[in-house]
Write a protein that binds this ligand. Structure first.
Ligand code: PEP
Ligand code: MG
Length: 590
């Protein structure tokens, strides 16, 4: 952490992490502990309960006051200025609890919003903290910390610190977490979240992917952020530089408000590209598609001008639940996305659970090395009934628009063959039963995300109908660097020659076999990588919707023929630093 000397508040704390989701967020800290959730749950209460809920607040205030008075007694026994200082602070606390603005505000909120006391306390604290932050007076800033502390004591006295994820999210919340799992995402109301900061995680971790897909400014690996960021504090997240500022001064706030306004303006100008075709200056047409995690993401995909869904991660249906989704439920979710895409292709990936994407519903226990264990297609093939249900739901969804089936983590030809046989039988059964499915049935493609699959791409291209190169896992497995481990994040580099060569080899194998090939890892959404991927002959890219306009802008400015020499030179390089230099060079020219 760097402590800032600028501004008038000694409290401003600056942290530097890894930038993962562009944009600036200015919001209120909401701490989330994914391992031990202790948050306040907001509950609606009936009108008849208002009085008793307000009474509970008074009782809790009295109880909290009693506990503070005991502390005051102890403070008196402490020698010297420390005891005296503590005495003043505790005195201020008791004053705040006796018929104060805080208690009155909470009671009013209970009556007006008809919510439980705990939630009303949290909301009131958030509001007061915001007002204090805007004042930028060191004395008032100190009071703000006091108010938070009193609020915490009040909730404690209410005795109901309930465990419930994100239900008490204040509007404009910046979630500060140790880490953020795909399961957490499903619980989140994106409307209320302004940004995301985690202590752990790498740039291609799921936190990062989630942030990009939600269009949230985000920073990962902001070590020690927990020491400074408390619920209700104002926080700035610069997802472009990785800077996080807790409790900013008015000067800093003003600076970042200007920065945010200019970012929003540039995003708006990118939006104008929505209907423009992605064609390079020398006439190469590129297909730009969206990665989605939920049918609701289709709106963002269409708004960004996506020509299809290149990767629909189907895990969302299996997260945060103890049972399994029925075929009907899966069919309804998948077909809703297919319908909404209005005739554009939708690539549905079968379940990719395991390792960091553990589904509660399966009662899965991580093996000795989960990333190399029973996950993705391996897991599906070990639970055939489950796979059959999912395939059946996908086939039925294909009646509503062009669908492609994508298998994750394939490493053997036989895995493709097994699924193909299952699909052939299932198609025949469904047809016999008169169930409508696409004719011809959906193509069956595979993710290339294991180095062994990339090196066997020529053999796999003879079995699969298309390839989708997953550069996130491909980088992780090629370099033996866990994509979500911040301790080795400095080694996670998709520009490593080994990774680039595997991508190139896979692309060439697909082109030779005349099957479509796309990239759907995060690399596809990084416009600095666009020239390389196109240089490898890849003309389909799938990315989070938010990245799409930037990548399109890069394509429109690109003269592919002019850079083919540099791309060739780059793949001959064995030093990642030199590769990086060539890429920077490509960035300057076409
Ligand atoms: C990948 O590994 O690149 C990929 C797209 O899949 P996921 O990020 O869902 O593992
Ligand atoms: Mg993957």
């Amino acid at each position: 952490m760097k402590s800032k000397g600028t501004g008038t508040s000694a409290r401003e704390k600056v942290f530097e992490g890894l930038p993962v989701g562009a944009g600036i967020a200015i919001g209120t800290v909401f701490r989330h502990d994914s391992h031990a959730l202790v948050q306040v749950r907001e509950r609606r209460i009936p009108a008849t309960k208002i009085r008793s809920e307000q009474h509970r607040v008074l009782e809790a205030a009295a109880e909290a006051t009693g506990r503070i008075e005991t502390l005051q007694g102890e403070a008196k026994r402490m020698a010297g200025p420390a005891g005296e200082e503590l005495g003043y602070i505790l005195e201020a606390y008791t004053q705040m609890l006796s018929g104060s603005r805080l208690v009155r505000g909470v009671q009013k909120r209970i009556a007006q919003e008809r919510i439980n006391a705990e939630a009303a306390v949290m909301k009131e604290i958030g509001l007061m903290a915001e007002a204090f932050a805007a004042m930028d007076d060191p004395y008032l800033a100190a009071r703000m910390a006091d108010i938070r502390e009193v609020g915490r004591r009040l909730v404690e006295s209410l005795g109901k610190a309930e465990s419930d994820g994100f239900e008490a999210l204040p509007a404009n919340a910046v979630i500060v977490a140790d880490e953020f799992s795909p399961a957490d995402t499903a619980l989140l109301d994106p409307e209320r979240v302004a940004g995301l900061v985690t202590m752990l995680g790498g740039v291609e971790s799921h936190t990062a992917i989630v942030a990009r897909s939600l269009g949230l400014p985000a920073v990962v690996a902001a070590h020690n952020i927990h020491d400074a960021a408390e619920n209700g504090m104002t926080i700035i997240v610069d997802g472009g530089t990785g800077i996080v500022i807790v409790d900013p001064t008015a000067v800093t706030l003003a600076k970042y408000r200007r920065k945010r306004a200019s970012f929003v303006k540039s995003q708006q100008s990118l939006k104008k590209l929505k209907t423009v075709a992605a064609v390079t200056r020398d006439g190469f047409r590129v297909g730009l598609q969206a990665n989605i995690e939920h049918p609701a993401d289709v709106d963002a995909a269409l708004a960004a001008g996506a020509e299809g869904v290149g990767l629909f991660r189907s895990e969302f249906m299996f997260m945060n639940r103890a049972d399994l989704p029925s075929e009907e439920e899966q069919f309804s979710e998948l077909s809703s996305a297919v319908k909404k895409m209005g005739g554009r292709p939708v690539t549905i990936r079968t379940l990719d659970v395991g390792a960091d994407k553990l589904g509660d519903a399966f009662g899965m226990k991580p093996g000795p090395n989960p990333a190399l264990g029973l996950r993705a297609i391996r897991f599906s093939l070990s639970r055939r009934k489950l796979l059959l249900i999912q395939l059946s739901a996908i086939l039925r969804a294909s009646a509503f628009g062009p669908v492609r089936i994508l298998l994750p983590m394939v490493c053997m030809v036989d895995e493709v063959r097994q699924v193909r046989r299952m699909l052939t039988r299932l198609t025949a059964q469904l047809k016999r039963r008169g169930v409508k499915i696409a004719d011809p049935p959906p193509p069956l493609g595979i993710m290339i995300e294991i180095p062994g699959a990339a090196l066997a791409a020529d053999a796999l291209a003879a079995e699969a109908d298309f390839f989708a190169i997953g550069t996130n896992d491909l980088t992780q497995y090629t370099l033996a660097v866990d994509r979500s481990d911040d301790q080795v994040a400095y080694l996670y580099n998709p520009l490593h020659p080994a990774v680039l060569r595997l991508i190139q080899f896979s692309a060439e194998a697909a082109l030779a076999a005349r099957i479509p090939v796309s990239v759907c890892g995060e690399m596809a959404g990084d416009e600095r990588m666009t020239p390389i991927l196109l240089g490898f002959g890849i003309t389909e890219l799938s990315m989070s919707s938010n990245s799409l306009p930037r990548v399109k802008k890069r394509i429109l400015a690109l003269n592919l023929s002019a850079i083919s020499g540099q791309v060739r030179r780059m793949t001959g390089e064995s030093d990642p630093a030199k590769v990086k230099a060539i890429i920077e060079d490509l960035g300057k020219g076409s």
